[in-house]
Write a protein that binds this ligand. Structure first.
Ligand code: LR7
Ligand code: MN
Length: 584
C-alpha cells in the first residue's frame, strides 16, 4: 500500500499513469501561476522507466553515495551507544567549555566516528518494502547551519551520504547562515571539496533559518527538497519512504520519525514503537502526541503514513514544485521559531497533507538549552497567527498578552497568498485535522488570572513538573503577574477550571481527602467531566466543589506559610470569593 510501484512489472502501467497524472496536475498548478511547462519531465521519466530492474541489480540500486568505512565494533558511540568519558582536570575543563559554547557535549562528539552506525529503529516490516529506484524523484538535501560544531555538522553530512542511495541524492547543500567560527571558513571548504555531491553556499548576513533554507532551495537541482537540521544522523533506508510518498502524492509534505540523540552522551534514544505526531498548544508552542484513535483506525498497516496536524520543523521532504506553489516560507520570519506551525497550517489549509513516515528514522541532537537567542520567535508566531488563525488568534493573544504588543512587520503579502490559493479557514483545520485539541471557550470574564478577593492580588498559579508534562503538582497562590502562562486559567461551560496554555491540558482537580487542589489531565474531547474536576462558579463568586460539598478557600499553609487554595466548608468570607481578570 505504501508502495504502489513495488511489484513493478505487474503494475508498471498504473505507476506511469499516476506519475503522469501528478506531473500534469502540477504542470497545471505551476502554469496557472505562470510557472514553466512540465511536459519534458514526463518524457524523461518514461525513458528511465524502460530500464529493466532485475532483482540481481536491486542491491546495487540501493547503493549509497559512500559506503561506511569498515566497522570498528569497539569504537566510542558505535551503534548509538552512550559514551561516558569520566574526564578529569584539563580534559574535563575542555568538555565543560564545549558544552558552554554549543549546549552540546561537542568535546565528546569529536571523539565519536563521523561515520558511526546506528542500530535499526524502524518497524521490521519496513525492511521488506521494495522501492522502484528508477521512478522515485531525486532530492536535494538542504542543511542550514549557524555556528555549528565541526563534528555534529560533518556527522550529519557523512550520514546523509552514507545512507542515501546515490541514484536518489541529487546533492547536499550546506547553507552557512553567516557563522563567525573559524572552523566553518576555509577548513570546512577544504574538507567538503573532496566530497562528492556536497555544495556550500554562504549568506552575506544573518538570515535566520527560514531565509537560509530558501537560499539553499534556490540552488537546489533535485525535484524534491529535503531539509535537515545540522546535527542529525540518518538511518539506513530513511530517504526512500519520504520520496516514495511524494511520488505517490505530490501534495504530501512528509517528515521522518525524529529520534533523540542525547546532547551529553550521544546515545541514540529512538525506539521502534509507534511514532509521535505534532500538535500545538494555545501559546503556539509545538507539542508531541500519541497517534489519535481515529487515525490508528484509518491506517491499515503499522508502516502506513501517519497524518500529523503540525511538524517540528527541521526535518521534512517536499516536492520543490509544490513547495513553491504553496509559497515556500514566510521570509518575514527571523532567526528561529514559528515557521514550523505557519507551514503546517498552510499545508493543511491550502489543500496539502502533512505526514510522518514510520519507516524513515532520523536522529536529532536536542541541545541542553538554546545556544543562541530565540527572541524573534514571538514575532514569528504572531505572523503565523495573523495570517492563518482568523478569530482563533484571540485565544493565542489571551494566553500571551505581550504578543499583542509585538511588532511583527507586514503580512499583507502572506494574506494575499492565502487568498490566491483559496485556502480553507482555521476552523476547518481545527475540526478536520486536529479534532483532539480543546478549543477554549474564553467566554467573557471566564478566563485569565483567577484572583482571590480575600487575599488581594494573589492568583491561582501552577508550575508544571516539566515542559512536556502537566500533571501532578499542587496549585498555589502567587502574586498576580498578568503575563498569562502559569497564571492562565479558563472556566468552561462544563464547570472545569482548565490550565490551558499547554497540550494536553491540565484541569484543577480536588483531592477530597487532603483538601488540596492539584493538576491532572483533563478529560478527552467528548468525554464526561470527572466529578473531582467539577467546580461550580456560583453567583456569590464562590467556587463550589459539588462532590465534597466544599468551597475553594484562600489560606496560608500552616507549615510553609505559603498561600494556597484549599477546600473548606463553605462560609460567608472574602477568602472564598474568586474572580477572573484578563490583564493587570
Ligand atoms: O539563525 C539561524 N540560522 C540557522 O541557519 C538559526 C538556526 N539555523 C539553523 C540551525 O543551525 C539548525 O540547523 O537552523 C536549524 C534549526 O535550528 P536549531 O537546531 O537551533 O533549532 P531546534 O532544533 O531547536 O528547533 C526546531 O524548531 C525550529 C523552529 O524554528 C526549526 O523548525 C528547527 O528546524 C526545529 N528542529 C527540528 O524540528 C528537529 C527536532 C526538534 C524538535 C521538536
Ligand atoms: Mn536542531
Amino acid at each position: 500500500l505504501i508502495n504502489v510501484c513495488a511489484p513493478l512489472r505487474r503494475k508498471k502501467g498504473l505507476c506511469l499513469l499516476v506519475t503522469v497524472a501528478c506531473v500534469l496536475f502540477f504542470g497545471f498548478l505551476s502554469r496557472s501561476k505562470g510557472g514553466e511547462d512540465k511536459a519534458p519531465e514526463v518524457q524523461e521519466r518514461q525513458a528511465v522507466n524502460e530500464v529493466p530492474q532485475a532483482p540481481q541489480f536491486y542491491e546495487q540500486l540501493k547503493r549509497p553515495v559512500y559506503e561506511k568505512p569498515p566497522l570498528d565494533f569497539h569504537a566510542l558511540g558505535e551503534f548509538g551507544r552512550a559514551v561516558k568519558l569520566n574526564l578529569e582536570g584539563k580534559e574535563k575543563e575542555l568538555e565543560e567549555e564545549s558544552i558552554k559554547i554549543h549546549q552540546i557535549n561537542t568535546y565528546l562528539s569529536d571523539k565519536i566516528s563521523l561515520h558511526r552506525r546506528l542500530e535499526e529503529r524502524w518497524n521490521p516490516k519496513c525492511r521488506d518494502v521494495k522501492y522502484d529506484y528508477y521512478i522515485l524523484p531525486k532530492t536535494s538535501v538542504v542543511i542550514a547551519f549557524y555556528n555549528e560544531a565541526w563534528s555534529t555538522l560533518l556527522r550529519t553530512v557523512h550520514s546523509v551520504l552514507e545512507t542515501s542511495p546515490d541514484i536518489l541524492l541529487e546533492d547536499v547543500i550546506l547553507v552557512d547562515d553567516y557563522s563567525d567560527k573559524d572552523h566553518l571558513k576555509e577548513p570546512l571548504e577544504k574538507y567538503i571539496s573532496s566530497l562528492k555531491k556536497v555544495r556550500l553556499i554562504r549568506a552575506n548576513k544573518r538570515e535566520g533559518l527560514v531565509r537560509a533554507r530558501l537560499l539553499g532551495a534556490s540552488i537546489a537541482k533535485g525535484e524534491v527538497l529535503t531539509f535537515l537540521d545540522c546535527h542529525c544522523e540518518c538511518h539506513e533506508g530513511w530517504l526512500e519512504p519520504l520520496l516514495e510518498r511524494i511520488r505517490e502524492k505530490e501534495t504530501a509534505v512528509i517528515c521522518p520519525v525524529i529520534d533523540v540523540i542525547d546532547w551529553n552522551t550521544f546515545e541514540y534514544l529512538g525506539n521502534a514503537g509507534e511514532p509521535q505526531i505534532g500538535g500545538f498548544d494555545w501559546r503556539l508552542v509545538f507539542t508531541w502526541h500519541r497517534i489519535p484513535e481515529q487515525e490508528q483506525q484509518r491506517r491499515r498497516s503499522p508502516i502506513d503514513v501517519i497524518s500529523s496536524p503540525t511538524m517540528a520543523g527541521g526535518l521534512f521532504s517536499v516536492s520543490k514544485t509544490y513547495f513553491e506553489y504553496l509559497g515556500s516560507y514566510d521570509t518575514g520570519m527571523e532567526v528561529w521559531g514559528g515557521e514550523n506551525l505557519e507551514f503546517s497550517f498552510r499545508i493543511w489549509q491550502c489543500g496539502g497533507s502533512l505526514e510522518v513516515h514510520p519507516c524513515s528514522h532520523v536522529g536529532h541532537v536536542f541541545p541542553k538549552q538554546a545556544p543562541y537567542s530565540r527572541s524573534k520567535a514571538l514575532a514569528n508566531s504572531v505572523r503565523a497567527a495573523e495570517v492563518w488563525m482568523d478569530e482563533y488568534k484571540e485565544l493565542y493573544y489571551h494566553r500571551n498578552p505581550h504578543a499583542r504588543l509585538e511588532p511583527y512587520g507586514d503580512v499583507t503579502e502572506r494574506r494575499q497568498l492565502r487568498q490566491n490559493l483559496g485556502c480553507r479557514d482555521f476552523k476547518w483545520f481545527l475540526e478536520n485535522v486536529y479534532p483532539e485539541i480543546h478549543v477554549p471557550e474564553d467566554a467573557l470574564g471566564q478566563f485569565g488570572m483567577l484572583k482571590s478577593k480575600g487575599m488581594m492580588n494573589y492568583c491561582f498559579d501552577y508550575n508544571p513538573p516539566n515542559e512536556n508534562e502537566v500533571a501532578g503538582q499542587k496549585i498555589i497562590l502567587y502574586p498576580c503577574h498578568g503575563m498569562g502562562q502559569n497564571q492562565f486559567f479558563e472556566y468552561t461551560s462544563y464547570n472545569e477550571i482548565r490550565y490551558n496554555t499547554r497540550q494536553p491540558e491540565g484541569c484543577v482537580t480536588a483531592d477530597a481527602e487532603s483538601g488540596h487542589l492539584t493538576m491532572y489531565l483533563c478529560r478527552e474531547n467528548g468525554q464526561k467531566v470527572p466529578e473531582n474536576q467539577e467546580f461550580i462558579f456560583r453567583k456569590d463568586s464562590s467556587l463550589f466543589h459539588q462532590l465534597s460539598q466544599k468551597c475553594v478557600h484562600a489560606e496560608r499553609n500552616t507549615e510553609t506559610g505559603n498561600p494556597e487554595p484549599v477546600l473548606r466548608p463553605c462560609t460567608d468570607t472574602e477568602y472564598q470569593r474568586w474572580f477572573f481578570q484578563e490583564r493587570s
